[in-house]
Design a protein around this ligand. Structure first.
Ligand code: KG4
Ligand code: ZN
Length: 347
């Protein structure tokens, strides 16, 4: 079985061709980072228009790289939730048009669950059942997966996503967008204990995250308590590095603690002690290393998405193969769902 998978939920226009042995026949990601850089975040209208320009060339390129044509495909899968409305619409419309023209089945991809599925590419054995952490620019959510197509929402951020906090703090520190790679780079020269930043809910059992207080604490560390004008201060290079390292450590502490807590709680209900982590922030080296140490100490089997499959890509859309096998197809009424559905999901 050969599927074309499309990803246009945010600011990457991506397509991949995968088969049911999980071979990646081709993968193309057209990043829009340069277009959004000056705004220090994704501008939805600009993203949607850039997707319109890129989607067909990206699909053509993907087919060409795999030396295939649309006639070789058994189905087309597209991420229709969650994401930016205009961006999602471009991918969904392209997928529907091609399915209609070629009489191919249409398969829906949930972008968040696809991030976790990316871990399957690095594993010889099935990763499900497991606890999954999706840690990206838009989400920081924990799920209990019984299979690739069945899950239960365990908890998530009550305000900012971890990646969003990285992006906003980077902007405060005068670092480029996207903030995650920029912060982790300058943090290499910083002291993670230099500033004492808050770690929300760390000692509580609730599986929730909050990063907005942390963001404010970084701002006050720069401007002084109660002051907001970042332009009024200039920060020494070493202080930027210390702020970046201390901020990164606070985020990592929360991500590590809550992921381990989630595994412990699920394990007491008979779920295997297996943790799968995907999403852009999963590319963070300090996070990867510190979570690996914790999981080893606590006898938890840990799977990270490969670095190249952490940030948005269409290879992770191979989760659609599981839906295809389960007979979960969509009709032409399939719509976008920009917001997140938190209820337990089957299928
Ligand atoms: O998964 P993703 O590409 O898009 C969403 O689904 O949101 O994640 C993008 C996010 C951005 O916020 C970016 O700053 C963050 O992932 N990110 C990182 C790193 N690389 C990307 N955050 C921390 N450390 C990194 N190395
Ligand atoms: Zn993503």
């Amino acid at each position: 079985m050969i599927l074309l998978t499309l990803e246009t939920t945010c600011d990457e226009t991506a397509a991949a061709i995968v088969n049911d042995r999980l071979d990646v026949l081709s993968s193309v990601v057209a990043s829009q980072a340069k277009l959004h850089e000056i705004y220090k975040g994704v501008v939805p209208e600009i993203a949607a228009r850039a997707h319109v320009e890129r989607i067909l060339p990206v699909i053509d390129d993907t087919l060409k790289k795999a030396s295939l044509t649309l006639d070789d495909l058994d189905g087309i899968a597209v991420a229709n939730t969650p994401g930016l409305s205009g961006s999602l619409l471009v991918g969904l419309t392209a997928a529907k048009a091609l399915c209609f023209a070629k009489n191919l089945p249409l398969i829906a991809i949930n972008h968040l669950h696809a991030h976790v599925y990316a871990c399957q590419f690095g594993s010889d054995s099935p990763i499900y059942p497991c606890v999954g952490l999706v840690v990206s620019g838009g989400h920081t959510h924990l799920y209990h997966y019984t299979s690739a197509t069945e899950n239960r929402f365990l908890g998530g951020t009550i305000d900012d996503a971890a990646g969003e906090a990285f992006d906003k703090v980077a902007s405060m520190l005068g670092l480029p967008y996207p903030g995650g790679p920029a912060i982790s780079k300058v943090a290499l020269n910083g002291d993670p204990t230099a500033f004492k930043f808050p770690r929300s809910f760390l000692k509580e059992q609730r599986l929730e995250f909050s990063f907005s207080g942390l963001k404010t604490a970084v701002r006050y560390a720069i401007t002084g308590p109660g002051k907001f004008d970042l332009d009024a201060v200039s920060i020494a290079e070493q202080t930027v590095a210390d702020l970046a390292a201390s901020f990164q450590q606070a985020v990592v502490d929360c991500l590590v603690a809550k992921s381990v807590q989630a595994v412990e709680q699920c394990s007491s209900q008979g779920v295997p002690r297996r943790l799968c982590v995907g999403g852009g922030v999963a590319a963070n080296r300090v996070f990867r290393d510190q979570l690996a140490i914790q999981c080893q100490q606590k006898d938890i089997e840990l799977h990270f998405a490969a670095m190249e499959h952490c940030t948005d890509n269409a290879v992770m859309g191979a989760i659609a193969i599981e839906r295809f096998k389960a007979g979960l197809f969509e009709d032409m009424n399939l719509d976008i769902l920009p917001g997140l559905i938190r209820e337990p999901q089957t299928g």
